[in-house]
Design a protein around this ligand. Sequence first.
Ligand code: CMC
Length: 392
Amino acid sequence: SGYVTLDIGYKNTGATKSAITFLDGEKGILKYRGYSIEELAEKSTFIEVAYLLIYGELPTADQLKDFQYQLSRHTLVHEDMKKFFDGFPQRSHPMGQLSSLVCAMSAFYPDSLKSNQTAEEVNLSIVKMLAKMSTLVSWIYKKSLGHPYIYPQNKFDYVTNYLHMTFGQRTEQVEIDPVIVSAMNKLLILHADHEQNCSTSTVRIVGSSDSNIYASISAGISALWGPLHGGANQAVIEMLEKIQEDGGDTDKWIAKAKDKNDPFRLMGFGHRVYKNFDPRAKIIKKACDEILEKLGVNDEVLEIAKKLEEVALKDPYFVERKLYPNVDFYSGIIYRALGFPTDMFTVLFALGRLPGWIAQWKEMKENKEPIGRPRQIYVGETDRSYVELDKR
Ligand code: CMC
């Protein structure tokens, strides 16, 4: 029809019906498949939550064991994929590497290109995507250090295996601190899904053209890279470091964020949907205090973050606009304490968000949704006649 509703930025447009994640921005509620994020972050593991998001139910002990077994069978990546790592400049951004590597998987696992895949074939693509992502993410980190890649080991669970490939060494067995395993599980759970955000909508819209799983997830990774979305976790730490170098004057930086002639925004503040608080930020702030204490890390940047939050929460500019710390405000401080370099932070967000992207992609396919294709209101020139080059 000729009737088009204009909603730039899709602020009020529902693009799908979904049974995965419930979010109430006014009340600060986030639930995966009906389970509150607070309870899952406290009691569950990342891989259990991945199962819940993708298959709709918490797994039984047998289902979990089988899922873990399937994942560990597929963690190896094709040896030729290592050639990509040789080609990337050592300091190239990990998100650019990740999105390219994930898209390239379609060349190595072409079964994903088959249209009309059976449910078993779709499931195998899902398992491969999840399993191999952890290997790629850890190898990107090893590449940045110039260290040899560590191969996955089937005896470890998903998160431990990832940490082993990241912080392990080739020649000796390195014990992964249980504090780090538990912190990583919590962080990944908190990032696992967030309904129709920018990257997830991208995954669904790319997948709606019947693109394969790797191409769809790769597009989601590209969307997540931006500092207004997942890239905010890197931007927050860079901002806090800048404030620290500048003498720690938080009032000055709050004033900059309020100044409409200054492009600076307080990174890690504000959210499209949460207008009272971000429940993930509440959990992360608490976890951040606990983890830093357990690891014996004293980070000055944490003090600056707390001071910024305190000042901003009292400032009418932020109060009127309902701007609160979001999930990215404190996550980077934990990643830093765990020893990750700043430019790896958004890759860790991607690792966490992967089960959500997969669940949403699968739901979109199962719902047999039509190709995503927004309309527009045309505001350009009408009816012009072509002018020859020598007459322009
Ligand atoms: N610092 C200063 N002013 C802000 C900020 C901020 N961080 N965020 C929003 N505003 C102001 C904005 O200038 C506008 O003011 P006015 O009404 O006077 O023009 C008002 O608040 C509304 O902002 P908006 O940009 O229209 O809101 P949005 O829903 O389009 O954007 C956002 C949401 C998250 C992109 C934005 O708040 C932002 O840029 N925040 C900083 C980046 C960030 O932390 N992103 C991570 C989001 S959470 C993780 C994720 O899910 O990706």
